[in-house]
Design a protein around this ligand. Structure first.
Ligand SMILES: [Zn+2]
Length: 279
C-alpha cells in the first residue's frame, strides 16, 4: 500500500496537479499554509518498532525544516490561524509528538533544546510512566515518559504539553459520559501535575469519525482551545481548529518521501480521509 501511495504522490507532485489543487483549495477556503508534523517515537530503528524514526534521519529532517520553514509553538500557530497576520516570510511548521514516548525525552529533547525549536507533546495520561498498553507486546520501547520527565519538559517554555486523553481509546466508540471523562479528567490531571493550563487536545487515532461534530462539541465544552486530528493535510485553517490537519512522518520514510510529504505531494490523501465520513 505504501508503494502505491508513494507512486500516486510522485505523479501528483511532478505533474503539477498538486500545486493546482492546493492553490485552488487555498483560494476557495482562504486557507493559510501551516504544516503540522506528527511524530511518534524517535530512536533505534533496529528495535523494529513501528513509528520509531532513527535519530539521524530525524536530525536531517529538522535541519531541512529549519532552513525552509519557521518552526513555531502551538500557541503561535493557533494565534496565526485565528488572525490575518501574514508577517512571516517563511512558511510555518509545528512539530507534534503523539503518545509522549520516553524516546522523546531521551533523544529529541536534547537536540531541540540545543536548537531552541518549540515542540508539542500529547500525553495519554493513564499510561504515564508505563508502556502504552494499546501497543503490541513487542514494542518494547513504547514506554511513556513519567511525571518527572513530563514536568521537566513542561517547565521549558519551548515545550507545550497537551492531552491525548486518558486511555488512548477511540472516543467515537465511547458513551458520552465516558468520553467527557477522557477529555476532562486528562486535562485536569495534567493541569494539576504541571501547574499550568492545558489548552490543546489530540484525538487518539484521530481520523474523521474521531472528530465528529458531537466530539468536537465536547472538546470545546471541556475548555480546550484547539485539537489535532490525523486527517492528512499540509494546510490548516481557523475553520478546522478542532480537527487540525497534520502529516504523519513514518519510520520507513526516506528523506525524499519526507520532502514530498512536506511539499503537499500526499495532500490528495485528505480528500480520501474526508470521503470516509460520507461513505
Ligand atoms: Zn496516539
Amino acid at each position: 500500500m505504501k508503494y502505491i501511495k508513494r507512486l500516486v504522490s510522485i505523479i501528483f507532485y511532478y505533474s503539477g496537479l498538486c500545486f493546482i489543487l492546493i492553490s485552488l483549495v487555498n483560494m476557495l477556503r482562504k486557507r493559510k499554509r501551516l504544516l503540522i508534523l506528527m511524530y511518534h517515537g524517535v530512536g533505534d530503528k533496529s528495535l523494529n518498532i513501528d513509528d520509531n524514526l532513527p535519530l539521524d534521519e530525524f536530525r536531517q529532517q529538522i535541519e531541512y525544516l529549519n532552513q525552509k520553514y519557521k518552526i513555531i509553538a502551538f500557541d503561535q500557530a493557533v494565534e496565526y490561524l485565528k488572525s490575518n497576520n501574514r508577517i512571516f516570510d517563511k512558511p510555518l511548521a509545528v512539530l507534534t509528538f503523539d503518545d509522549a514516548y520516553q524516546s522523546i525525552y531521551d533523544n529529541v529533547y536534547p537536540l531541540l533544546r540545543e536548537k531552541k525549536i518549540p515542540v508539542t507533546i500529547f500525553v495519554p495520561v493513564s499510561f504515564v510512566g508505563q508502556p502504552g498498553k494499546w501497543l503490541r507486546e513487542e514494542q518494547v520501547d513504547g514506554r511513556i515518559m513519567d511525571w518527572d520527565m513530563i514536568n521537566e519538559l513542561s517547565r521549558d517554555n519551548m515545550i507545550t504539553i497537551g492531552s491525548h486523553a486518558m486511555r488512548h481509546l477511540k472516543l467515537s466508540l465511547l458513551g458520552i459520559e465516558e468520553m467527557r471523562d477522557e477529555l476532562l479528567k486528562s486535562k485536569t490531571i495534567l493541569e494539576d501535575k504541571l501547574k499550568k493550563k492545558v489548552e490543546y487536545f489530540c484525538y487518539p487515532y484521530g481520523q474523521v469519525a474521531e472528530c465528529s461534530a458531537l466530539i468536537i462539541g465536547e472538546v470545546k465544552k471541556c475548555g480546550y482551545s484547539a485539537a489535532c486530528s490525523t486527517i492528512w493535510g499540509t494546510h490548516s485553517s481557523a475553520q478546522n481548529l478542532f480537527a487540525l490537519r497534520r502529516i504523519r512522518v513514518d519510520y520507513h520514510d526516506s528523506f525524499f518521501d519526507f520532502k514530498l510529504k512536506t511539499k503537499g505531494a500526499f495532500d490528495w490523501l485528505e480528500f480520501f480521509h474526508l470521503l470516509k465520513r460520507r461513505s
